[in-house]
Ligand binder design. Structure first.
Ligand code: DP6
Length: 353
């Protein structure tokens, strides 16, 4: 009598950053954002959900270790929202005249959730985005929900904002929306992965330590204290969203890359303008910024872009041919063994994925 579904969801890396909420309970953002979903091979979460009338309670295992499911309000919110959609579906099936015994009351059964990352959680790489996207996709499959992926992205959003963008592959916009209930705050696909196959991402792990200030806490302080932030939300991001969509539509790497770097820089500037200030990048991160600008200057064009989230690790975007040279450059500039030895300069482990 056990029903089961398994789904994997990848990590996404924003090129226009989400930072700031206008509603913390529903996770409604102050601005729209745009990201690239990475391939599932390296960074993804695989989630299996089983439902049975014999399970006495909901349970959760993360990477094989059981966690207290009720301790996470966000997790409970996501599951409850998905259950309500299933309840509505069962109601509809009964109304449509499907015999009661054929309507499986899945919404009433407890679930067991097993979630595993194919990357070390300690690496400080976003795991909540792929985690919630996998959870919601698996619930959607288990419950046979009729909602579109965009509609389901709202359920992932109440788990973690950036998770709504991991519901799609390729290039994804999270529209901030204006509605108080969050009905129009959802993810839409701007272009699929095949639209721009030459574009590649490289992740440079500048530190595998856990970040000091979580995104959730950090962005709240920014909203409350930064005056630069208000300007970013009001004028900069709306214009960049449009310019970025155009760059993607035209496969215009130079514009894509410049907007990406400028938006990462502004996001970190806004973090420094937060009071007390938040600083996510470290010396290694800043060395990489310098290296990318030197690389672009040497090429006489913008051939690579960096972007940083709420941590020191870099994500580099480049077209395939340039990426080959970049990997060589990084391996030369940051040899693994030496960077571990040169403690004063590069205090953190450094690896190239
Ligand atoms: C810097 O989605 O982790 O990565 O909604 O509170 O869960 P919550 O925050 P989260 O924030 C991600 C912030 C970011 C930028 C981005 O991914 O757009």
């Amino acid at each position: 009598k056990v029903h089961e579904a398994t789904v994997s969801a990848p990590v996404n890396i924003a090129v226009i950053k989400y930072w700031g909420k206008r509603d913390s309970a529903l996770i409604l953002p102050t601005n729209s954002s745009l990201s690239v979903t990475l391939s599932q091979d390296h960074l993804s979460t695989r989630t299996t959900i089983r439902a049975s009338p014999d399970f006495p309670a909901d349970r959760l295992w993360l990477n094989g270790v059981e966690e207290d499911i009720s301790a996470s309000k966000r997790l409970v919110n996501s599951i409850t929202t998905a259950r309500k959609l299933r309840e509505a579906l069962e109601e509809k099936q009964r109304k449509d005249g499907i015999p009661a015994e054929s309507v499986v009351p899945l919404s009433k059964w407890s679930i067991h959730v097993c979630s595993e990352n194919n990357f070390p959680t300690a690496a400080g790489l976003a795991s909540s985005a792929s985690g919630y996207a996998a959870l919601v996709s698996a619930l959607g499959a288990l419950y046979d929900l009729p909602q579109s992926t965009s509609e389901l992205s709202r359920v992932a959003r109440v788990g973690s904002g950036s998770a709504c963008r991991s519901m799609f592959g390729g290039f994804v916009a999270w529209q901030a929306g204006v509605a108080d209930d969050g009905n129009d705050s959802l993810a839409v696909q701007v272009a699929n992965r095949q639209h721009w196959p030459e574009l590649q991402a490289l992740i440079l792990v500048a530190s595998d330590r856990k970040k000091a200030i979580s995104s959730t806490a950090g962005m709240q302080t920014t909203v409350e204290t930064s005056s630069l932030f208000a300007e970013r939300v009001r004028t900069v991001v709306p214009q960049r969203m449009e310019a970025m969509k155009t760059a993607i539509a035209n496969r215009d790497f130079e514009n894509f890359a410049e907007i990406t770097m400028r938006d990462s820089n502004q996001f970190h500037a806004v973090c420094l303008d937060t009071y007390p200030p938040i600083s996510y990048m470290n010396d290694t991160s800043r060395a990489i910024v310098g290296l990318i600008h030197a690389f672009n200057a040497a090429r006489g064009r913008i051939a690579a872009a960096y972007t940083y989230d709420a941590g020191p690790n870099a994500v580099i975007y480049a077209l395939k041919d340039d990426m080959r040279d970049l990997v060589e450059l990084f391996t030369f500039c940051f040899p693994r063994e030496e960077s571990m030895l040169a403690d004063a300069f590069y205090p953190d482990p450094f690896g190239v994925f």
